[in-house]
Design a protein around this ligand. Structure first.
Ligand code: BES
Ligand code: ZN
Ligand code: ZN
Length: 480
């Protein structure tokens, strides 16, 4: 889909469809067709939020169709709603087989809105069907999405963010047989070389020499070798920013549970257990292009959790990179085991602020459903920064507690820690486990098990991976 800027009087613009925004009860200005009044008078179209109506051969216009898109009352219409509305319109028009769309963004307040319109269209254009072989599947696609009003810079920003999220979504969609840890590393390297970032992939041997026993333990049950993917962004010039952000993403390319095996029902979804890793790779793709003032290092511990003959057994004891020993009581609590070695390694690389994103616990779905990301921290000020970036991007988070007492359940008789607590408060004990390794370094943990995957399509987004956290991470870095 080509994205471009167009100018000129609306009537003169040629396209299969021209999308015009309509506030509730207010007819769009500058369009002469009397049928618009009729639509409003009959109540068939009112301008309610997310309402979309298509009018063929609008009077005096070159566009073949006029699409009225309702925004609701103006105070309710935000750039975030604009993103979804643009996406909804795009998916609707695409499903009808249209090829070229023009979006009238001339009346929008500022560049953020224009970026949101473009981003929404790109996100909406994503389809999870790359492995379907029927050539007909390509019959319906939008070739050209043009925006009236706005600047090239706003268009570019929207495009960069939209593409970064789609890149993450594409990785998450890949099944476990096609996206192994080494393939994920290759994808990260390809992205890094395309966008001018440094990418270092630590293999099993190097991780062994360093002493990453916890990460390597999880990898034991799989024939697929593990990798620790490290991608670095540094500002080109001295910016005066001394902080160094680490974005750490869980990269379990498939989670069977290992010896503590998961039930068969829905196990296929566990290909999305690398959604945190994918989000971090996507965020780095945008960061490379938008160039924030802070240094950012992404770390993705990538493994496959399988019950092979060399797999971890319940009761096994592992020594992590920072020296602490862990008794593995449940091999399905593997995310935390790989994340702790990545956390320690990020500290060794000099990172001063750590954020991790992980599809860590089923319990977070019980607690927060599919709307909010569970957020945990050892530093309230840092969490406030992360949450304000997330709020601005409409990626909703909710803080959960990290009182010391929650640590009790992680005491082991045989090692420094055990990898699970009691069933109660499962997302919190998982976070407490990670916290032990973050120490005093400001750290935020985001449990995205409930928000990284859409079980049903939305009008503006296909079923499957959401790309959650990409936008928040990019904004966090840009706002530093
Ligand atoms: N990857 C899962 C968490 C998960 C569950 C993600 C459902 C997405 C949807 C994680 O590795 C896991 O299995 N966690 C266990 C922890 C338990 C053994 C303490 C869980 O949530 O059941
Ligand atoms: Zn698991
Ligand atoms: Zn997992």
């Amino acid at each position: 889909m080509e994205i471009r800027l167009v100018n000129g009087p609306l009537e003169q613009l040629e396209a299969d469809a021209l999308v015009a925004l309509c506030a509730e009860g207010a007819k769009p200005g500058g369009i002469a067709d009397p049928r618009i009044s009729e639509l409003f008078e009959s109540g068939e179209f009112t301008g309610k939020a997310e309402e979309i109506t298509i009018l063929h051969a609008p009077n005096g216009m070159k566009a073949k169709r006029l699409v009225l898109a309702g925004t609701g009352a103006p105070p309710e219409f935000t750039s975030l709603k604009a993103r979804n509305l643009s996406g909804e319109a795009l998916r609707k028009l695409k499903s009808k087989g249209l090829r070229s769309v023009i979006f009238d963004a001339a009346a929008l307040p500022d560049a953020d809105w224009v970026a949101a319109i473009v981003e929404g269209a790109i996100l909406a254009d994503f389809e999870p069907d790359v492995h379907k072989t029927d050539p007909k599947k390509n019959e319906k696609h939008i070739d050209s999405f043009a925006v009236v009003g706005g600047s090239q810079a706003a268009l570019d920003r929207g495009r960069i963010l939209g593409e970064a999220q789609n890149a993450a979504r594409a990785l998450v969609n890949e099944p476990g047989n096609l996206l192994t840890p080494l393939k994920l590393a290759a994808a990260a390297q390809a992205m890094a070389s395309q966008f001018g970032l440094k990418c270092d992939v630590l293999d099993q041997q190097r991780m062994g020499q360093l002493g990453m026993g916890s990460l390597l333990g999880v990898a034991m049950g799989s024939a697929q070798p593990p990798a620790l993917i490290v991608i670095e962004y540094h500002p080109a010039h001295e910016t005066g920013v001394k902080d160094h952000l680490a974005l750490i993403g869980k990269g379990v390319t498939f989670d069977t549970g290992g010896i503590s095996i998961k039930p068969a029902d829905s196990m296929e979804k566990m290909k999305y257990d690398m959604a945190g890793g994918a989000a971090v790779i996507g965020a780095m793709q945008a960061i490379a292009q938008l160039k924030p003032a802070i240094a950012v290092t992404a770390l993705i511990p990538a493994v496959e959790n399988m019950p092979g003959s060399r797999a971890l057994r319940p009761g096994d004891i592992l020594q992590s990179l920072n020296g602490k020993t862990v008794e593995v009581l449940n091999t399905d609590a593997e995310g935390r085991l790989i994340l702790i070695d990545a956390i320690t390694y990020s500290q060794r690389l000099g990172c001063t602020h750590l954020v991790d994103a992980a599809t860590l616990t089923g319990a977070i779905v019980v607690a927060l459903g599919h709307l909010r990301i569970g957020a945990f921290t050892n530093n309230e000020q840092f969490l406030a920064r992360v949450m304000s970036a997330a709020t601005a991007e409409d990626e909703r988070m909710w803080q959960l507690p990290t009182d010391e007492e929650y640590k009790e359940g992680l005491k082991s008789a045989f090692a420094d820690l055990q990898n699970i607590g009691t069933r109660a408060g499962g997302s919190i004990t998982a976070a407490m486990f990670l916290r032990e390794f973050a120490g005093d370094t400001p750290w935020v943990h985001l449990d995205i098990a409930g928000t990284a995957w859409l079980d049903e399509a939305k009008p503006y987004l296909a079923k499957g991976p959401t790309g959650v956290c990409v936008r928040s991470f990019v904004r966090l870095a840009m706002d530093w």
